[in-house]
Structures are given as C-alpha cells and as structure tokens.
Ligand binder design. Sequence first.
Ligand SMILES: Cc1cc2nc3c(=O)[nH]c(=O)nc-3n(C[C@H](O)[C@H](O)[C@H](O)COP(=O)(O)O)c2cc1C
Length: 197
Amino acid sequence: MTDTLSDADLDLIFREARSFNGWHDKEVADDQIHAIYELMKMGPTSANQQPGRFVWCKSRESRERLAKCASEGNQKKILTAPVCVIIGYDLDFHEQLPWLFPHTDAKSWFEGDEEGRRESAFRNSALQGAYLMLAARSLGLDCGPMSGFDQEATTKEFFADQPRYRADWLCSIGYGDRTTIFDRSPRPDFDRFNQLI
Ligand SMILES: Cc1cc2nc3c(=O)[nH]c(=O)nc-3n(C[C@H](O)[C@H](O)[C@H](O)COP(=O)(O)O)c2cc1C
C-alpha cells in the first residue's frame, strides 16, 4: 500500500497529458462519462455549492449544434471528438444549498447577492471543470479544453429551459491523436510566479 500515486500515474494525469486538437475514431461509452462524473463530483467546491451544470454532447446532432456556436478553429475539434462537454454554471445555485450543505443555512448567505453568486458560481464551476479533466485523464481519456465559442449563443441553444444557467467553456473528451498537438509550451519555474513566505 502506498499513499502517493506512482510516477506512471502522475505522467498520465499531468506530465504526459496534453490538450488535444484531434481525436482517434474511438467511442467513449456512456458508462465512462458517468465514471468521470462520479469522480469529479467529489472535488471540493465552496460550501459544497456544486454550481457546475454540464451538457455532454455525444450524439452527432448535439455536437453539430454545439460546433455551430464555436469559433472556426474549434468546430472540427468538437465534431471529431467522441464527446464534447459544455461546462456551465447556475447563477441560482444557492437554491440547492439546503440539501447540498445541510448543516447550516448557507442559502441565506447568497440571497439578494447576485454579484456574489456570479463570482462564486464562476470560480467553483471552473474548479469542477478542472476536476473533470483530471478525472477523465485518470480514467485513461484525453481532454481538449476550449473557450473559443459564443457563450451567449451556446447558453441559448442548450440552456433555453434554464434561464439562470450560463455556458462557460467546453472540453472535448476522447482518445487524443498525438500527431495533432504542438510541442509542449514552456511552464514557469517555481521562482517565477510563486512566493514561499
Ligand atoms: C479554459 C481553456 C480554454 C482554452 N481554449 C482553447 C480554444 O478555444 N482553442 C484551442 O485550440 N485550445 C484552447 N485551449 C487549450 C490551451 O491552449 C492548452 O490547454 C494550453 O496551451 C496547454 O497545452 P498542453 O495541455 O498541451 O500543455 C484552452 C485551454 C483551457 C484550459
């Protein structure tokens, strides 16, 4: 029994993992999507808000609808991926807090504070998207995150029945084709952007 991941695990999740632009023609099963969610939902969010709202576009039809909302450069990355998930958030996530954070009245913290809710939903749904990518990689899948798309159009197209949801970013998921990626861009050394005080 070891209490850290192996070097191979860390390579899989971080060191060798890349943001993919192209995909092998290999399906991602619904079970794999559920397995990603079962892991990612365990990641922490402030007061267990869980503000992320996710639309997993798997059918050809749903990916075509999504690609129409994307920048030209991202359209193919959506159409050729087995799955592309919309990471959105609920501006009224606080309505769920009575069951998500039952030991105190956290809902009241956010009532009447639209700007505070927006900030919190944005922060915590982005965290959930990061957990999503790490969960997918942990399960042997690859990711291609994207923000080059029309958020408003996507919100209208996919969240029409949920007027308080907003689309924020996208992530293609599948088996990445390594011939489609650039060389790794530099990552800053610790001393550059960190202070250890
Ligand atoms: C939130 C987010 C938005 C991104 N948007 C795009 C995008 O619209 N189009 C694209 O081709 N890549 C996009 N990327 C990919 C980044 O350029 C890529 O993750 C970064 O250069 C690191 O690449 P690497 O993971 O292969 O090292 C995005 C990444 C993130 C995390």
